[in-house]
Ligand binder design. Structure first.
Ligand code: TXA
Ligand code: MG
Length: 318
């Protein structure tokens, strides 16, 4: 594919909006770094983000929305979350909040979790794009997996030229580091990632409620919450013929009660993965089956990330 560079004018925003609505990928500037955007309600589009970045695993992504009102279409905001949004949005703060399951967000965005990370970027080009798209844009940083985050359109092209539909050119990003990620929970606010909003500023707003949970990039949740989605039923991978007590998820020619992609398309399989795991879990429970079996997925392209997730989900529980 040829990657277009778009100017931030009426024509450029219209083109970017059309690409997003058609399930394509558009890189765009935020005040932190350039994001690689896709329609957050379209699983196939979200799968393409992972494909373009060659990410070896599915981490949940941040969704970008125009304002708090739209954010509240997708998640429930408690008192503390509202206070944070009030003080720091628009800006480089990402808030993790309980997902509204019927809001239509792709389960690949949340990697099957029941929370979602949301941010309202302040950059005028992000805001114009969100206004014209009128929805939620899932966007990790617009670089191949393992390389550093891009702060110029040229950096995006260096890493992703030919792998994405377009990049909106907005010059240099001011902040240069990713957004701060917090997860309010009851009276406590967990700091999940340090970033553009200094912890001191959050501390100043909420007093001693800020708890440092982790400064790693991996999703962490306080207390009992699982950091990764795993079905309740035990999962067995690389299965060609399921046992009687197993509910089968097929792939390609290997059939099952569900099939991640009958045509063997890995983008389609990635797009279906979390929905089908959830469905298989419910169906297995209904049918009194204790296990989910899943057909072999080739270790190429998005198959790497799919297998990574299946491996975690099938690991013995602690
Ligand atoms: O500045 C930024 O935040 C940039 C720009 C493009 O907005 N975006 C960005 O997105 O850094 P991404 O997808 O690379 O970062 C997502 C991080 C993941 O590392 C993950 O740990 C965390 O957000 N995250 C997402 N959803 C989460 C959830 N439900 N619970 C906990 N952490 C979550
Ligand atoms: Mg990144």
């Amino acid at each position: 594919m040829e990657t277009q560079t778009l100017r931030p004018d009426d024509q450029g925003f219209a083109r970017a909006r059309d690409i997003l609505r058609d399930g394509g990928l558009v890189a765009f500037p935020t005040e932190t770094v350039y994001g690689l955007g896709a329609d957050a309600c379209n699983s196939t589009a979200v799968a393409k983000i992972y494909e373009a970045k060659e990410r070896p695993s599915f981490n949940p992504l941040i969704i970008h929305v125009a304002n708090l009102e739209i954010a509240q279409r997708f998640a429930n905001f408690g008192t503390l979350a509202l206070q944070l949004a009030d003080a720091f949005w628009p800006g480089p703060l990402t808030i993790v909040a309980p997902l509204k399951p019927d809001a239509g967000l792709s389960s690949l965005v949340t990697a099957g979790l029941d929370t979602v990370a949301i941010r309202v970027p302040a950059h005028p080009i992000s805001q114009m794009l969100l206004a014209s798209f009128d929805g939620a844009i899932a966007a990790p940083s617009a670089n191949p997996s393992g390389s550093i985050s891009p702060t110029r359109a040229a950096h995006v092209r260096d890493g992703l030229d030919g792998r994405i539909d377009a990049v909106l050119n907005g010059g240099k990003c001011d902040v240069g580091v990713e957004s701060t990620i917090v997860m309010p929970s009851g009276d406590t606010c967990y700091l999940l990632r340090s970033g553009g909003v200094p912890a001191e500023d959050i501390q100043a707003l909420i007093g001693n409620q800020l708890a440092v949970q982790s400064n790693s990039d991996a999703p962490r949740s306080p207390g009992q919450l699982e950091s990764h989605y795993a079905p309740n039923a035990r999962l067995r991978t690389d299965v060609s013929i399921p046992n009687d007590d197993e509910h089968m998820i097929g792939f390609g020619d290997i059939e099952g009660q569900l099939n991640l992609s009958a045509s063997g398309n890995l983008v389609e399989a990635a797009a279906n993965l979390f929905d089908y795991l959830h469905m298989a879990d419910e169906d297995a429970a209904t049918l009194g089956k204790k296990k989910i079996a899943i057909a072999p997925i080739p270790m190429q392209g998005l198959g790497v990330a799919i297998n990574d997730r299946l491996k975690r989900a099938s690991a013995p529980r602690s």
